[in-house]
Ligand binder design. Structure first.
Ligand code: ADP
Ligand code: MG
Ligand code: ZN
Length: 556
């Protein structure tokens, strides 16, 4: 029987998903393999199908007794003889399974790691008398301290390769970053393992980021065309989830709030109503979502800036599990970034603060992106992706564009004046007519010096990035990153070619807001002398910059 025949006959599926087929080929060739595939991707099949085809026993290591029973039951239903061994069984039951094993009647045996290497060596000695042809290690990240679910008993699995030399080991997990992956391979002593990483791309989700102006009316116009659909709306603070849920109810939507501060009763009731489609919209803090498997969530909205890309991606990933087209909308305001930056300062832990700030910067860069958002997300997770996904606001050309020919000409002629010798920051200082001594002294007599003083530094950075991506400028590769002209530049300088640029996403008003934010926050604190509305998992002891802390200390 071939793998595809077995797939159809035993599992009732027509085709393989992700890289299932290549993985199965590897295992059938007796090679060690590691599989990274998102939850629900179909990892079990990668060892269950070889177990059907190989003449012998497959041992499956799994951390949860409850999961074992489910898997074994459904295998037996499809006619694949399987069993599990654990402490919940009576001695008679266990003996019965041992007999079936001896008679080579079973194809799969599920065990917990501590059972395999129990106090005495009996289990191992017994298993070694059998014809073991494959060992599968499910939830393999449990072996790594770097993973998020370390289980010390998994460390015992390091001995498996030497106990069963020549038997292929397949390790499977849905969550492992680079560090955890390396750790798994080393701890299991896998022999020349092939690593299969499936894409984490969610094709059916369209990503959009809009500048936050009047958030409630922006939300209403977004919801206009989605009246009957289910959605999740995330807010940073508990208070705003309740206020927004009320506003939505007033506007005629079946909405409810969800956050960690509600009683268990209310939380359970709201969650239940959402799952049953009695409530269409859940307005929640990030406390909502873990373990909730609702397949027909059509949209996820972030009213406030998420703290990092991991969280954002996980939250938006709750949309469209049924594979149908779904939307992710984020309302971005620079003021939110300032607020979060101040929260991200963890007392007495410089290293952790630095990591949180770095992750926040990545999140802000994503919001201010003038390029394919999906490509950015995939690169963030170390996946290659082409630069046009066709389903994000950038690729759908939803950004407002304007005739930027004059701006481009200013930039290009400044590059010429600077003899293509300087990097972007220097160029911007030149364009803005910086009074910094060095630049001023050297260039003040040039005609174009200060020709772009009316454009903010941040906007110049965005425009230069766009000119580069449109091929009107390039960055030298000699290590100096100097801005240089390209073959396309001349036509722009001569006025033969028009250049379109993307309008700034940030209004003047917001830039102003950004500057005033810390001052306002401080005033507010003085007034209230109480905890600020913060996100669910932000510890209450993180506050602002050093000077602000000093200020605060005098008030508390
Ligand atoms: P994971 O362990 O990766 O989270 P599972 O192995 O539990 O995922 O599989 C998730 C679901 O996908 C199961 O219902 C499984 O039967 C189904 N499935 C697996 N492979 C295929 C396939 N090739 N075609 C269709 N459905 C599949
Ligand atoms: Mg699984
Ligand atoms: Zn895109």
């Amino acid at each position: 029987m071939t793998p595809i025949q077995a797939l159809q006959q035993y599992f009732g599926y027509n085709q393989f998903r992700h890289s299932q087929e290549a993985i199965i080929d590897h295992v059938l060739n007796k090679q060690d393999t590691m599989v990274l595939m998102p939850t629900g991707g179909g990892k079990s099949l990668c060892y269950q199908l070889p177990a059907v085809l190989m003449q012998g026993l497959t041992i499956v290591i799994s951390p949860l007794i409850a999961l074992m029973k489910d898997q074994v039951d459904s295998l037996n239903l499809t006619g694949i003889p399987a069993a599990f061994l654990n402490s919940s069984q009576s001695p008679d039951e266990q003996k019965n399974i041992a007999i079936r094993l001896k008679n080579n009647e079973l194809r799969l045996l599920y065990v917990a790691p501590e059972r395999l290497f129990g106090a005495d060596n009996r289990m191992m000695v017994f298993l070694k008398t059998l014809n073991v042809v494959q060992i599968a290690i499910d939830e393999a990240h449990c072996i790594s301290q770097w993973g998020h679910d370390f289980r010390p008993e998994y460390l015992m699995l390091a001995g498996l390769k030497s106990e069963f030399p020549g038997v292929p080991v397949i390790a499977l997990t849905a969550t492992a970053d680079k560090l955890t992956q390396k750790d798994i391979l080393e701890k299991l002593n896998l022999h020349k393992p092939a690593v299969f990483i499936s894409s984490f791309n969610r094709e059916n989700i369209t990503y959009r980021v809009h500048p936050k102006k009047n958030s409630f009316s922006q939300l209403l116009s977004f919801l206009e065309a989605k009246k009957g659909d289910s959605g999740i709306i995330y807010c940073l603070s508990r208070k705003s989830t309740e206020a927004l849920a009320d506003d939505l109810k007033d506007a005629g939507y079946a909405a409810a709030a969800y956050h960690a501060g509600l009683t268990n009763d209310v939380k359970a009731r709201n969650q239940e109503a959402f799952l049953k489609d009695e409530i269409k919209i859940i307005v929640a803090t990030i406390a909502f979502g873990m373990g909730i498997n609702k397949s027909n969530v059509r949209y996820v909205v972030h009213m406030d800036l998420p703290k990092n890309i991991e969280g954002y991606y996980q939250e938006t990933g709750r949309a469209g599990r049924d594979g149908l087209a779904s939307n992710a909308l984020l309302l971005y305001s620079p003021g939110d970034a300032i607020k979060l930056r101040s929260f991200a300062t963890v007392e007495n832990n410089k290293e952790q603060s630095a990591i949180m700030l770095k992750k926040l910067d990545d999140m802000v860069n994503y919001c201010q992106l003038h390029a394919c958002r999906r490509q950015f997300l995939m690169h963030y997770f170390d996946e290659q992706f082409p630069d046009n996904c066709g389903s994000c606001d950038f690729c759908l050309s939803e950004f407002t564009k304007f005739d930027g020919t004059l701006i481009a000409q200013k930039a290009l002629s400044a590059v010429t004046r600077l003899k293509e010798r300087f990097g972007a920051n220097y160029l911007i200082d030149f364009l803005r007519g910086s009074r910094s001594e060095k630049i001023w002294a050297e260039h003040k007599s040039l005609k174009t010096y200060g020709a772009g003083a009316d454009i903010s530094k941040a906007d110049w950075q965005r425009y230069l990035r766009e000119l580069i991506s449109q091929g009107f400028l390039r960055v030298s590769e000699d290590g100096y990153s100097a801005m240089q002209l390209t073959p396309k530049s001349e036509a722009v300088l001569k006025g033969d070619l028009k250049v379109e640029l993307i309008a700034s996403q940030v209004t003047d008003e917001q830039e102003h807001e950004e500057l005033n934010y810390e001052a306002e926050l401080l005033a507010d604190l003085r007034h209230k002398r109480q905890e600020i509305a913060i996100g669910e998992n932000l510890p209450p002891y993180i506050i602002l910059s050093d000077t602000t802390l000093l200020e605060l200390a005098t008030y508390l």
